[in-house]
Design a protein around this ligand. Sequence first.
Ligand SMILES: Cc1ncc(COP(=O)(O)O)c(C=O)c1O
Length: 399
Amino acid sequence: MSKKTEDGAQHPPTKPATRFVTGGRDPFSYYGFVNPPVYHASTVLYRTAQDYLAHRSRYTYGRRGTPTSEALCGAIAELEGPECAGVALLPSGLAAASAALLAALRAGDHVLVTDSVYLPTRKFCDDVLTRYGITTTYYDPLIGGGIAELMQPNTRAVYLESPGSLSFEVQDVPAIAAAAHARGALVLMDNTWASPLYFRALEKGVDLAIQSGTKYIGGHSDVLLGVVAAKAATWPRLNDTVFTMGLWTGPDDMYLALRGLRTMGVRLAQHFVSGLKVACWLEHRAEVLQVLHPALESYRQHALWKRDFSGACGLFAIVLKPVPNAAVHALINELTLFGIGASWGGYESLAIPFDCAPMRTATTWAPGGPAVRFHIGLEDVDDLISDLERGFAALARAR
Ligand SMILES: Cc1ncc(COP(=O)(O)O)c(C=O)c1O
């Protein structure tokens, strides 16, 4: 940030918590104000016709970059780490996933996609990629290095999401990446759950790391945004695809994302602690068959999570012992501190019923009972547990 640009001195490497605060900042370019201005911009004016023809200008066009977009991209790049060569901003997380796929693939290619993928991303593969002559095979998220057997001569990309944002399978990213790279395929990963704070995607073999910035980057349920971070070999393709398609993000949304990012480290730390406390409490409830939270020691892929991740967000699920749907709905409807809504990562707690069975083609989802996904927000965790106690009482009355 400021001092570095002023005195040109080398500062020691910083920890992620510091980078959330310092990344992408240059206050003395803006008269010392702490935050960058929000540039509402399309036209860029040049001083002369010659300058215009030679593109002699720091900025050239509204969707080619502004100080606002550069501040946000710079901050995210610092979080992604030294392997990050560039960051593209997209108008949503789904747009980030689809832009990354379009950058990696061309007609005639084949892509391997985890069966646990976010459902709208699956729809993009099935509908749009199919129309453009790209075939998709879904694979078991727990396949690990066995993915090599599914590679076809035209497989150009492998898409991961770890953990799955409904079913929470933890993938062996380094093993899958090694197998993909051995056959010349790129590795794309939706890293929204952990973010670069808790999973260093680019260092673990991922070429294009996708995040829905709508979730923890924004953090306040008031912005839609997507980001893709790329390594040097994939950045030109990604940048070119995003620019050529005219994909851009509104400056106010960029600003909200940048503002959210500054507190993301402390928010995530609290989501992690509170989420784990609620997950532990749920594990001991008689009504609960299993808790799908990778940071729980009892979780089936806990060892893999522990090897590769340094934390967890506030999103996990439970599987209830068999009860009628009406009882599940009674539990959720009784909760006063948990909203009933899909998009997680805000400061508020959420609870939704879900069933992955109709979404699966490569694996079978049969966890043994109805499932509920929770997002644990920033409320007092004991208040959340009391609310859940009331929910379980309602479930008992309705069964
Ligand atoms: C894992 C994951 N990826 C991507 C998205 C899409 O994000 P957005 O709502 O920003 O399009 C979501 C949204 O819920 C998600 O859960």
